[in-house]
Write a new protein. Structure first.
Length: 380
């Protein structure tokens, strides 16, 4: 018998820039000309059917006019499209168009687009470069930073994917003005989550200025975009592969993701997250980590952001309890929740472990006791 040892130590620099500004399409083209992705000449633009008309067609035309080859690959907007089937369809279309390893993927859109396109980039040709051009507040707050890419399945959300970093992220604040109110509110849920887990001062800032988001105050919008990036970066930098600290970014997501799925995606991600944050605040209060005053502050801020804090009447609550077990934090059949230690900090259960075991009966009681949302406002 003979053993051959394969030595494969790597030093990888996956650093990238996040540029925040207004109407960044010309800057994107300029960066590509200046070698952002080397000498690549062929670009696969992945977007949804809504963003296609708003931004992707324009960027496509600018690439063509600059002498590059490009094609648009379009799928139906919404979380329901973030599937293995959509990924397969786009990959097959790229193969038919002759895309090989000498291409770059350009993701233009919100979180669904950037998650899906990033996953395609990480596996196509065993990995091709990609660029994120974020057009929603939700993407700016969450999906475009950190390199987590994934698709959903009927059994779980975001469990099929990989970590793959973009070459650059563009956060175009001007695009927010084309968003419906629900999409702005959805992005504010992730923003409030960031404040709750990492920065009390930012939470206070949101209380004072959140109304100015609706009028697109440039100073407020830029500050919120930058703070979202800063907070998420400070977590991801220390734990890129989610071995500990990065779990804190799952605040509110255990119940939130389950509600999103059980609602059959009638709820936007941020709307479901807001309900999850309200449930988490109650759990944190019951465990003695959040005061009643702090809990009320959270609920009031979520309401001020025009987000739901009650469970829609069409949600089957027993089905919701069962769906909790598809959460990626579940270990050995035990539910685990990230919970707050006041506003601006997370409870560290043991050294570098930030998810606390919670009995099913405890989670069920919180879910069953949450108020009911009878309004049809939060349906697509």
């Amino acid at each position: 018998m003979h053993n051959f040892y394969v030595s494969l130590k790597k030093i990888v620099d996956d650093s990238y820039e996040i540029e925040t500004g207004y109407k960044l399409e010309p800057k994107l083209i300029c960066d590509i000309k200046n070698g952002l992705v080397g000498d690549i000449q062929k670009f696969a633009i992945i977007t949804d059917h809504i963003v296609k008309d708003l931004y992707a067609e324009n960027i496509y035309m600018q690439l063509i006019q600059a002498g590059y080859q490009a094609d648009l690959f379009i799928f139906d907007a919404g979380e329901k499209s973030k599937t293995r089937r959509t990924k397969e369809t786009i990959e097959d279309a790229m193969l038919v168009k002759g895309y090989r390893r000498d291409c770059c993927i350009l993701a233009i859109g919100g979180g669904v687009v950037t998650d899906l396109a990033g996953f395609i980039a990480g596996t196509y040709g065993r990995g091709v470069p990609f660029i994120n051009y974020a057009t929603t507040l939700l993407a700016a707050a969450d999906a475009s930073v950190g390199g987590k890419t994934a698709v959903d399945t009927p059994l779980a959300t975001n469990l099929i994917g990989l970590f793959y970093q973009p070459k650059k992220v563009y956060v175009d604040i001007a695009a927010w003005q084309t968003l419906p109110q629900r999409q702005i509110a959805s992005g504010l849920a992730e923003t409030i989550k960031h404040a709750c887990l990492a920065d009390h001062d930012f939470f206070d800032y949101l209380k004072q200025h959140i109304d100015q988001i609706w009028t697109f105050n440039p100073d407020v919008c830029e500050h919120i975009a930058q703070e979202n990036c800063r907070i998420k970066y400070n977590v991801v930098m220390k734990d890129e592969r989610e071995t500990g600290l990065r779990e804190t970014l799952n605040l509110g997501h255990t119940i939130g993701r389950a509600i999103e799925t059980v609602s059959n995606y009638k709820l936007l991600h941020g709307e479901a997250l807001s309900i999850g944050l309200a449930a988490e605040a109650e759990l944190s209060y019951q465990f003695g980590y959040l005061t009643k005053e702090e809990q009320n502050e959270m609920i009031n801020l979520l309401k001020k952001a025009r987000l739901p804090v009650a469970i829609p009447s069409y949600i089957n609550r027993e089905e919701l309890v069962k769906k909790l077990y598809t959460d990626k934090k579940v270990k050995n059949g035990t539910l685990r929740f990230v919970i707050q230690n006041g506003i601006g900090q997370i409870v560290e259960y043991t050294d570098n472990v930030f998810a606390i075991p919670v009995k099913e009966e405890t989670a069920r009681k919180i879910i069953m006791n949450m108020p009911e949302l009878s309004s049809e406002l939060f349906t697509q």
